[in-house]
Ligand binder design. Structure first.
Ligand SMILES: Nc1nc2c(ncn2[C@@H]2O[C@H](COP(=O)(O)OP(=O)(O)OP(=O)(O)O)[C@@H](O)[C@H]2O)c(=O)[nH]1
Ligand SMILES: [Mg+2]
Ligand SMILES: [Zn+2]
Length: 290
């Protein structure tokens, strides 16, 4: 039997095999190989004949990709949810997450939620990001506004919701499903931050595929990205990456750099370029430390 791991708690995996969900343990051999099953994994399952509804995972099929935060395999698309207020937008965190999506070959769709309480800043940054080559949606999850447009984007197999705590990921997912499947939480009044209501990732079946709710995060490490790779992870650099004087140009201090020229004439947003340089410098400094 073959299925998809939809949930993993305390060493037990719940495998959706179309008509039923089987509670499974994993064969010890995976541990020996340093491989552990993740949600999103396609797996082969053997029934436990003595126990109804239980089984064992005997094989993990090759992964298309594997995200670490959230830990989900075979993700093709991400709804990167943010808000401008309650909680405030952390632009650097958003940009880092977008890099991570590109790095993992996951298509990001940026969702500015809570447009009912703050729209000006969201619109301004959203439009800039659209110009930079990203897809952007504007939502009021709590009021169901923009949900149809978001639904129209769910055609791939696995789509994850990700973003900081309290931005409304679970709220939006519930609206998509039309029922309260996920627990949602309030924002802390004092800190204006989310309360980490969602504690683990879980796949939910929707027509044709799966959606994944994930716990919010507040920081991201990008320490595995190499200096020469970074420039390929910003979509607005794409048309110009091969147009510089030096073909190994990282668009920093080199002369004859097309990307820097595009920043000067306003074709590439300056704050995005500055983010790129900050990230590049972090990578270079990390290399010096080693
Ligand atoms: N004003 C407003 N509030 C919203 C909107 N969407 C969600 N909220 C509220 O934001 C709070 C947090 O929502 P959740 O859906 O629990 O947020 P989350 O992103 O799942 O948070 P974690 O699970 O902690 O990562 C709740 O009080 C929601 O009612 C919106 O469009 N507008
Ligand atoms: Mg949640
Ligand atoms: Zn260059």
């Amino acid at each position: 039997m073959q299925g998809v791991i939809v949930k993993g708690i305390g060493g037990l995996y719940y495998v959706d095999c179309e008509e039923r969900v089987i509670e499974c343990k994993a064969r010890g051999k995976f541990r020996h190989k340093g491989l552990s099953p993740m949600i999103g994994d396609e797996v082969v399952v053997e029934d436990d004949n003595d126990h109804e509804g239980k089984g064992v995972i005997t094989k993990i099929l090759d992964r298309k990709n594997q995200l670490l935060r959230p830990a989900v395999a075979n993700v093709s698309q991400a709804f990167v949810v943010v808000s401008s207020k309650n909680p405030d937008l952390n632009v650097t965190l958003l940009y880092k997450f977008l890099l991570l999506c590109e790095y993992n070959k996951v298509r990001p769709i940026i969702c500015f939620n809570k447009m009912d309480i703050e729209s000006e800043n969201s619109k301004a940054i959203g439009e800039m990001l659209e110009k930079s080559g990203y897809e952007v949606l504007y939502l009021q999850g709590k009021h169901g506004v923009g949900i149809e447009g978001l639904k129209a984007k769910i055609h791939d197999n696995i789509t994850v919701f990700c973003g900081p705590s309290g931005v409304g990921k679970s709220t939006i997912l519930n609206k998509v499903l039309g029922r309260e499947v996920m627990k949602t939480g309030d924002i802390s009044n004092k800190l204006k931050r989310g309360k980490h209501t969602t504690r683990h990732s879980e796949l939910v079946r929707v027509e044709g595929g799966f959606l994944v709710d994930t716990p919010g995060f507040s920081s991201l490490e990008l320490d595995f990205i190499e200096k020469d790779e970074l420039k390929y992870l910003l979509p607005e650099f794409e048309p110009f990456n091969e147009e510089c004087k030096f073909n190994n140009c990282v668009h920093f201090k080199e002369p004859g750099c097309k990307v820097k020229e595009m920043v000067e004439v306003g074709r590439i947003n300056e704050s995005r370029y500055e983010f790129y340089i900050r990230t590049l410098e972090e990578i270079i400094n990390r290399g010096n430390r080693k």
